[in-house]
Design a protein around this ligand. Structure first.
Ligand SMILES: [Zn+2]
Length: 65
C-alpha cells in the first residue's frame, strides 16, 4: 500500500498484513493521511530513509503498480 509493490495476490489477502518490503501495515487512513495502526502519516513514512532503503532493496524482486 505504501510502496505499491505487489506483495500479495489480492487486496483482501493484504488486509491488515504488514508489507514485506516497507513494513507498512495495511490500514485505512484518516482524511489527513494518518494511519492509526502505523502511528505515522503515510506521507511522512514514505519520506523516511528506512522506507527508501527498503524500496531500493526489493526493487528487483517485486513488481510495482
Ligand atoms: Zn510496502
Amino acid at each position: 500500500m505504501a510502496c505499491h509493490y505487489i506483495v500479495y495476490e489480492s487486496s483482501e489477502e493484504s488486509f491488515y498484513e504488514i508489507c514485506l518490503v516497507c513494513h507498512w501495515q495495511t490500514d485505512s487512513l484518516s482524511k489527513n493521511g494518518y494511519s492509526n495502526i502505523n502511528k505515522v502519516y503515510l506521507k511522512i513514512y514514505k519520506c523516511s530513509d528506512f522506507f527508501k532503503s527498503q524500496v531500493d532493496k526489493y526493487s528487483d524482486m517485486y513488481k510495482r503498480i
